[in-house]
Design a protein around this ligand. Structure first.
Ligand code: HEM
Length: 482
């Protein structure tokens, strides 16, 4: 019955549909369309039909439709096109890829997560220590460049291990120079991501192609075999790809894909978390108090000056967690997409029904919730304690229309596509904040300047800042060994 199909918003250009309106301001476009047409509507974007469900109470209904709505089909096809690895959605690989996919959950939780988190703490300290001159002069660097440099290197080493040269690193080794190039290659590839996501073949983005291939070159199994302390995640993926008899370049490109997944959102999320902490006196004071509580006294019993952060201590850092969640709320603009594998009828929370045709895309846009003033008063303002209750514990009761929301914060997606790295991501950003606040005096050069997220990446995850801002920093005297 055609009358139960959601309203179709076609725009005035036949192929383009509403693409231009959507691309120039997705949130504004979706809010306007929701006002006019209600909680479910279909738009033609770049030649494809997307049915948006905008009511947060219906999100779990969409999530539960895994029989009719497929996540893998879209994600795996997309990844094949952008990263150039084998097409795991083909019948040739679909069975063995299921095993590869299950590795995420097995190695990013439980004991493996514990191991990963400990390795990250030690790598972060190593990277910070190396860049930490003892003189007391202030250094200046872009905050984004500072965050990218530290988090990329520590995260890379944590997943892919260290090469032999690194183990004897003396500050000028070839490995260090390679790492500086790797972060540049990563960023060059990532810059092209909006174009690649829009369907531009990577062959037309010469710089991105070269950057991707340069990263893959270092992630060939022959080279990875020489690295020490590789994470369970990567080791088990290597074994699985070897069993699948992929070609060597294809295997390396799947590792570039994993590198991208582990860094592309983490770097801007770490940036915003530190940026907002430094901009707000209240946030800064509360964060430093929490960090001091955890670290004070540790060094007295510790000859080699390494700091420890147990799982319990990480979990007890509720202020840092709230800062990170608030930064994610403000900067996340991901889109969750499912492909209808059958014709079926979706019954929304309100009882309204919508017929969906096989092949249609169903899309959720969590930013509609994150910036909803009814759920979050003054939604564009950073409030460091927004996710804390009166007792300073994690707050999880948020309401719309006086009904409690199950999904109020979704930077990591939900259901079948929920990010398997979410626990590690929050741990590593907490560690980064704790260590930098503990070791450095940090100031924004121009704290009153406003900075906005780069909207050209809307739909692709955590938005990076539209430009870098200058950071002044120096080693704190209370943590030196002089
Ligand atoms: C998928 C967000 C960090 C590994 C996703 C998705 C989101 C997301 C929204 C779903 C994408 C989709 O629907 O297509 C984030 C954010 C992060 C972060 C906001 C940091 C703040 C990480 C880290 C890792 C990781 C650190 C690994 C170490 C993955 C993987 C997938 C994924 C493997 C694909 C899962 C699948 O195919 O089922 N992430 N992520 N992420 N993320 Fe994350």
């Amino acid at each position: 019955n055609a009358t139960r199909e959601p309203p179709l918003i076609t725009g005035w250009l036949p192929f383009i549909g509403v693409t231009l309106d959507y691309v120039s301001n997705p949130l504004g476009f979706l809010r306007e369309t929701q006002k006019k047409y209600g909680n479910v509507f279909t738009c033609k974007i770049a030649g494809k039909y997307f049915t948006f469900v905008t009511d947060p109470f219906s999100f779990s209904i969409v999530m539960r439709q895994s029989k009719n709505l497929d996540f893998q089909k879209f994600a795996v096809g997309f990844s094949h096109r952008v990263f150039g690895h084998a097409d795991f959605s083909s019948s040739l690989f679909s069975e063995s890829y299921r095993e590869v996919h299950s590795i995420f959950r097995q190695t990013l939780q439980g004991l493996s997560l514990q191991q990963l988190t400990e390795t990250m703490l030690s790598n972060l300290q190593m990277v910070l220590e190396r860049g930490l001159p003892y003189e007391h002069d202030w250094l200046e660097e872009g905050l984004q460049s500072f965050t990218n440099r530290i988090m990329f290197e520590a995260g890379f080493l944590t997943l892919f291990g260290k090469d032999a040269g690194f183990l004897q690193a003396d500050g000028t080794s070839g490995t260090r120079i390679w790492m500086q190039k790797a972060v540049q290659d990563f960023l060059a590839f990532d810059r092209a991501f909006p174009l690649l996501a829009a369907g531009v073949p990577i062959g037309l983005c010469a710089e991105a192609w070269q950057a991707r291939e340069a990263l893959a070159e270092e992630l060939l199994h022959d080279k990875l075999h020489h690295r020490k302390c590789i994470s369970d995640l990567i080791q088990r993926r290597m074994d699985a790809f070897d069993r699948m008899h992929l070609d060597e370049t294809g295997k390396a490109r799947t590792h570039v894909c994993m590198l991208w997944a582990s860094q592309a959102n983490t770097l801007p999320a770490a940036f915003w978390s530190l940026y907002y902490t430094l901009r707000s006196v209240d946030a800064f004071t509360a964060a430093c108090t929490e960090v001091n509580r955890v670290f004070s006294g540790q060094l007295i019993n510790n000859q080699d000056q390494t700091l420890c952060l147990s799982r319990e201590q990480l979990d007890s850092m509720a202020v840092l967690e709230s800062i990170i969640e608030e930064a994610l709320r403000l900067s996340s603009a991901s889109m969750m997409i499912r492909v209808a594998s059958n014709d079926f009828t979706l019954t929304l929370d309100s009882g309204q029904t919508a017929d969906v045709r096989k092949g249609d895309y169903i899309a959720l846009y969590p930013q509609l919730i994150h910036l909803d003033p009814e759920i979050y008063p003054d939604p564009t303002e950073f409030k460091y304690n927004r996710f804390l209750d009166e007792k300073g514990q994690r707050k999880s009761n948020f309401f719309k229309n006086e009904r409690r929301l199950k999904h109020f914060l979704m930077p990591f997606g939900s259901g079948a596509s929920e990010c398997p790295g979410r626990f590690f991501a929050v741990h590593e950003i907490k560690q980064f904040l704790a260590l930098t606040l503990w070791h450095y005096d940090l100031q924004l050069r121009d704290p009153d300047a406003t900075l906005v997220p780069d909207g050209t990446r809307a739909g692709l995850g955590i938005l990076p800042p539209s430009r870098d801002v200058l950071l002044r920093y120096r080693r704190k005297t209370n943590t030196t060994t002089e």
